[in-house]
Ligand binder design. Structure first.
Ligand code: GDP
Ligand code: MG
Length: 594
């Protein structure tokens, strides 16, 4: 097959605008999957089905006959959420074009902008598609006008479809063939391969997704991974239809999979260039390495589950090399791990997968962002755990990561959104009216302020009608302190956090109060204190009370008495001792969440 008959494209969109549904329809249209099967075929993970989001980009090759010629169209489905934008950009690197999908009832949303710019930066041909035109609220003309205003796309270029009813579906693939250029590679070689993704299959080991930039790749070839110099034998090569289907070879421009006997996805350096042994080539630019932006401790619920947790972590990180994992010990929670994630959603998804796919019961500590501190001698240090933040020592400064945030909202909520962002230490950088009823706002704000209940607040003040997205910003100097919670004078390390000085008293008082309420009475008096850089800013006292579980047992029902005593014993097992105080496990859960 020649390059001219190959097209590599992606579908990019705001979440829920219909990417996965459209991908299903295109797979059906070309006979790759049967009609009426399970929906969102390419969303394979349980968490993806439950949350209705795509986490891992997937690839499918479609064979399509157009004007008497057979084409091989490689469709790469991408996740829409910002935490997974590294998946989007690496998928786009294997494409020459993208379908930019927009819900015709909702119009352009925050992630539509972010994804458009990812594609635009990579010089991809963009095919605009207005989806969900079957909805009564659809306003394709208004949205086409927005596409013109925001992206400079002529309204007549927009295709209209309904991925649900199939309306307009037949216009998509012809537009892909006519508007997206074929891959530009040199068929005469030498072989140059871009590795753009890899995943772990229980039965077949590591499966690498590749684009053949130049030349041909055959089964039996011996290739060199240029980043490490490691050599691999190509044991199997083929295309995703969407199941891996062996073809024995891949030609210039094709996207497909290879199996090399590689043991871990960590050996598959995404963005790497492969070439034949003794035939070196110019290395492809590769991808920016991913950086962890959110850190949290992950601990087993009881110390005895540590080995099970360690095994589950090992299995899960095999398939998600973007999570960093280190051993960590906490005085309060025992042995566990400190993990780095790309963002909060990534962290939640990881936690959920740990529990669902691996049956591990875990407690995750309050997430923290990486802070950069400068010592008085000018040296810098990155702090990934609040309890590493030095106390009683002068610092020249503390810097925190920020984000460049985009909000698209119905205009009537602009006032309350501005208040929310001000409270979150945001600075407005743009205010654009998109259409009479819609406004686009851009802010720079600290990444840490996206934690807590930021998303819930945004949702409740806009009744869920605002969309939000962000990209990494610069480091910004800020007046930050370490906030500790103390029980009878002992610091509970797992509850430490780094906060802005102006908020330390308020947050400290709320933590003390929550602790008092959750702990219930203890056998001895307990002093609960919050300290900002070792200075006490809030205090509560928990009165002593000898807990008598039998007090509620009027009369002498023996079996009931025994049950209560058992229950008390069970409760004791789930306690963590800090200094002289026992803390029930659920107090950690509650405080970490608050
Ligand atoms: P993704 O997040 O972009 O992958 O979106 P999905 O494909 O998961 O679709 C989100 C929701 O929109 C699902 O409930 C779909 O059934 C629905 N949906 C997708 N396309 C259409 C459409 O053309 N019309 C209507 N009415 N609903 C659609
Ligand atoms: Mg999807």
């Amino acid at each position: 097959r020649r390059c001219e008959q190959v097209r590599n494209f992606s579908i990019i969109a705001h979440v829920d605008h219909g990417k996965s549904t459209l991908a299903d329809r295109l797979l059906e249209l070309t006979g790759a999957i049967k009609k009426g099967g399970k929906e969102q075929y390419l969303d394979k993970l349980q968490v993806e089905r439950e949350r209705g989001i795509t986490v891992k980009a997937q690839t499918a090759s479609l064979v399509y006959r157009y004007k008497g010629t057979e084409y091989l169209l490689n469709l790469i489905d991408t996740p829409g959420h910002v935490d997974f934008s590294y998946e989007v950009s690496r998928s786009l690197a294997a494409c020459q074009g993208a379908l930019l999908l927009v819900d015709a009832a909702q119009g352009i949303q925050a992630q539509t902008l972010a994804n458009f710019y990812l594609a635009f930066d990579q010089d991809l041909a963009i095919v605009p598609v207005l989806n969900k035109v079957d909805l009564p609220a659809a306003e394709p003309e208004t949205v086409a006008e927005q596409m013109h205003q925001v992206f400079d796309i002529p309204p007549e270029e927009c295709l209209l479809t309904s991925a649900k009813t199939g309306l307009g579906l037949e216009s998509i693939l012809p537009a892909v063939i006519e508007r997206i250029p074929p891959p530009p590679g040199n068929t005469a070689g030498p072989l140059r391969v871009l590795l753009f993704d890899a995943f772990h299959d229980e039965y077949r080991g590591v499966i690498c997704l590749v684009e053949i930039i130049d030349g041909h790749l055959r089964k039996g070839d011996r290739v060199v991974a240029s980043s490490t110099g490691d050599t691999y034998d190509i044991l199997e090569v083929g295309i995703m239809t969407p199941e891996p289907t062996s073809t024995g070879r891949l030609c210039t421009g094709q996207v497909g999979y290879v199996i090399t006997g590689m043991k871990s996805t960590r050996s598959a350096r995404v963005g790497d260039t492969w070439h034949l042994l003794k035939q070196p080539v110019e290395i492809l630019p590769g991808f920016k390495p991913t950086k962890s932006m959110v850190f949290a401790g992950v601990f087993p619920i009881t110390g005895a589950d540590f080995d099970a947790l360690a095994a589950a972590m090992e299995r899960l990180t095999l398939n998600d090399a973007s999570v960093t994992v280190r051993r960590e010990n906490s005085a309060a929670l025992g042995a566990g791990f400190r993990c780095g994630f790309l963002g909060l959603l990534h962290m939640e998804v990881f936690h959920q997968r740990l529990e669902q796919e691996h049956g591990a019961n875990v407690i995750t500590t309050t997430p923290t962002v990486p802070y950069s501190i400068e010592h008085t001698d000018g040296s810098r240090e990155e702090i990934q755990n609040p309890s590493q933040f030095p106390l009683g020592k002068k610092l020249s400064g503390v810097w925190e990561p920020t984000v460049a945030a985009t909000v698209v909202t119905p205009s009537e909520h602009v006032g309350s959104i501005m208040e929310l962002f001000q409270d979150r230490r945001g600075e407005m950088t743009e205010h654009t009216v998109l259409s009479p009823a819609r406004t686009l706002l851009r802010y720079v704000l600290p990444l840490a302020e996206l934690g807590g209940n930021f998303y819930d607040s945004l949702k409740s003040i806009t009744s869920g009608y605002a969309s939000f997205d962000y990209e990494e910003g610069e480091l910004r100097k800020a007046d930050l302190v370490r906030l500790d919670l103390l029980l009878n004078g002992e610091v509970v390390d797992a509850l430490a956090r780094i906060v802005h000085r102006d908020k330390a008293q308020r947050i400290g008082a709320a933590m003390c109060e929550a602790m008092k309420e959750k702990m219930g009475r203890q056998q001895f008096e307990v002093i609960i204190q919050a300290a900002a850089n070792s200075k006490i800013v809030a205090r509560e006292t928990l009165k002593a009370f000898r807990k008598n579980v039998l007090a509620k047992c009027y009369g002498g029902d023996v079996s009931r008495k025994r049950k209560l005593l058992e229950k008390q014993k069970e409760g004791k097992k789930r306690m963590r001792r800090v200094g002289s105080v026992d803390i029930p496990q659920d107090v950690f859960h509650a405080l970490i969440k608050s």
